[in-house]
Ligand binder design. Structure first.
Ligand SMILES: Nc1ncnc2c1ncn2[C@@H]1O[C@H](COP(=O)(O)OP(=O)(O)O)[C@@H](O)[C@H]1O
Ligand SMILES: [Mg+2]
Length: 259
């Protein structure tokens, strides 16, 4: 018997009225612990695909399976991080992270606190636990969102352009951080972006989508090209440059083909 894939889209169809979001049938398998980027033009259906994994939306037909079972509504196995994190302004950073564990009846309050501190440290916010969200930067708030999701116990991270609202330098900093966090505490990650460099810097695998209805243009094993270790020098290498050019051409051609 073939092993059951960790996460899979099986013959998925998604329509909003007469609008077909994906070219049917849409199939994709993601192994446990893989960092996958969904890269494609705006409006191609990336967010919709991700929301269906999170249980915020359902396929019109077909199914999304997690270890062979259809995913239901949102639960803490699948944590979501959006472009801007809506933290509770009346709670401190640490309390916001603790809030993610509100329903963890398996943990004692002392264990929750230890977990909150552990993840705050992992995202580099150990000194900001007592700060209120409106007193920290946008980049730090995104780190709080990541810490909260990890502390909640999510094994799948669904990230929808989480660094989209940040300036270029901060964005690069958080990309390096996220890659480091992933090597220290490996999760399955689906990271939605329309930024080519962000996708190839971060991901083990980049799925390049066509304009809507989304089809998979390319499925690229980035780790075999760039290696698993990424740092700021990765971006200066020839391999990075070549891959970036190749994907940019793909996206450009996709636009021409659709016109
Ligand atoms: N709830 C909805 N109702 C109707 N159309 C929607 C809804 N959500 C998304 N769409 C449409 O589906 C298409 C794909 O959207 P989306 O998944 O957000 O794309 P992306 O994230 O790639 O920019 C777009 O044309 C969008 O307008
Ligand atoms: Mg989107």
């Amino acid at each position: 018997m073939l092993p059951v894939p960790y996460l899979s889209f099986v013959a998925v169809t998604k329509n909003f009225g007469t609008l077909h979001v994906v070219e049917t049938p849409f199939n994709l398998e993601i192994p446990r612990g893989q960092f996958v980027a969904f890269l494609g033009p705006s409006g191609c259906g990336k967010t919709t695909l991700m929301r269906m994994v999170g249980g915020l939306d359902t396929p019109t037909d077909g199914s999304i399976l997690l270890e062979g079972a259809p995913v239901g509504g949102p639960d803490r196995r699948r944590g979501m991080v959006f472009q801007s994190y809506s933290s509770f302004p009346w709670l401190t950073v640490e309390q916001n992270v603790l809030f993610g564990m509100k329903y963890r009846t398996d943990l004692l309050p002392s264990e929750k606190r230890a977990r909150a501190l552990h993840y705050l440290k992992l995202v580099g916010l150990q000194d900001f636990g007592a700060a209120y969200p409106n007193r920290i930067s946008g980049g730090m708030r995104q780190r709080v969102a990541i810490a909260r999701t990890l502390a909640a116990g999510s094994e799948i991270l669904l990230m929808d352009e989480p660094f989209g609202a940040l300036d270029a330098q901060l964005r690069e900093e958080l990309q390096v951080e996220l890659r480091r966090i992933q090597t220290e505490d490996t999760k399955t990650i689906i990271f939605v972006t329309h930024d080519v460099e962000e996708a190839i810097f971060l991901a083990d695998r980049v799925i390049v989508f066509s304009p809507r209805p989304a089809t998979i243009r390319a499925d690229i094993d980035v780790t075999s090209i760039l290696g698993a270790v990424r740092d700021l020098t990765t971006r200066d290498g020839q391999a990075f440059f070549n891959l970036r050019t190749k994907i940019l051409h793909m996206l450009r051609n996709a636009h021409t083909a659709a016109a």
